[in-house]
Design a protein around this ligand. Structure first.
Ligand code: SF4
Length: 75
């Protein structure tokens, strides 16, 4: 059983070191252009449901912990 609520928003806070780990985990959500910080792809939100576990894993494994996400508030 998973107590997770659905992810509705993902963003990158300051401090990304462009390691590309998140893009390796969920390439349809994260993109790391050459020489730039990671960003969320423009159409990423349509993949949030399918990539829920991957987004959480990327946020957990990001070496500088700059991946943030917001879950839907069902209350
Ligand atoms: S895993 Fe973290 S540090 Fe690495 S590219 Fe993604 S956001 Fe940046």
């Amino acid at each position: 059983m998973s107590g997770n609520k659905a992810i509705q928003k993902v963003w990158i806070e300051e401090g990304c070191i462009s390691c590309s780990l998140c893009m390796d985990i969920a390439p349809d959500v994260f993109e790391v252009p050459d020489g730039e910080d990671c960003r969320i792809r423009p159409c990423a939100s349509q993949h949030f449901a399918r990539r829920d576990a991957d987004i959480r894993l990327a946020a957990e494994d990001c070496p500088v912990e700059v991946i943030a996400f917001e879950e839907r508030d069902d209350s």
